[in-house]
Write a protein that binds this ligand. Structure first.
Ligand SMILES: [Zn+2]
Length: 134
C-alpha cells in the first residue's frame, strides 16, 4: 500500500508533464462526451472519465516536491559530539583508593569503575593485616 503522504514528484517540470498529459486526456473525454450527445450512456462514461482525470490533476497539484530530507537533532549542541569518548565524564573514572584515573585502565584490571583491581587487592590485604594485628 502506497503511503499517500509520501507521494512526490522530483521536479516541477515532471509535475507539469503529468498535468499537461492528464489535462489533455480529460479534455479529450469531455470532447468525446459532447460528440456522443445522442447516446446518453456513452456520453456519461466519457464525462466520468473526464472528471476522474481532472481529479487526478488536482491530486498531482497537491504532490510535494521532494526535498533533501532534513534531519533535526533534538539534542542541545553540547550533546551532539560525534566522538562519544570525548563526552564521557572522566571525573567518574577515578580510583577512590589511589585517586588516579581508571579511564585508560583495561576492564580486566578494574574492580569497579572507580577502583583499580590492584588497589582493591592492596586495600584488602591491608585490611587483613589490620584485622590480624588487632
Ligand atoms: Zn587505584
Amino acid at each position: 500500500m502506497v503511503d499517500t503522504d509520501k507521494l512526490v514528484v522530483n521536479t516541477d517540470a515532471q509535475r507539469l508533464e503529468w498535468v499537461t498529459l492528464l489535462t489533455k486526456a480529460s479534455d479529450f473525454h469531455y470532447d468525446m462526451s459532447g460528440l456522443h450527445d445522442e447516446d446518453e450512456e456513452v456520453a456519461d462514461v466519457h464525462r466520468a472519465w473526464a472528471r476522474a482525470i481532472h481529479d487526478a490533476v488536482l491530486l498531482i497539484d497537491m504532490w510535494e516536491l521532494e526535498e533533501t530530507e532534513i534531519v533535526v537533532d533534538p539534542r542541545p549542541p553540547a550533546e551532539r559530539a560525534t566522538n562519544v569518548t570525548d563526552e564521557v565524564d572522566k571525573s567518574a573514572w577515578v580510583c577512590k583508593l589511589c585517586d588516579k584515573s581508571t579511564f585508560e585502565t583495561d576492564y580486566d584490571y578494574l574492580a569497579a569503575r572507580d577502583m583499580h583491581l590492584e588497589c582493591a587487592l592492596k586495600e584488602e590485604m591491608k585490611e587483613e593485616k589490620n584485622a590480624k594485628s588487632k
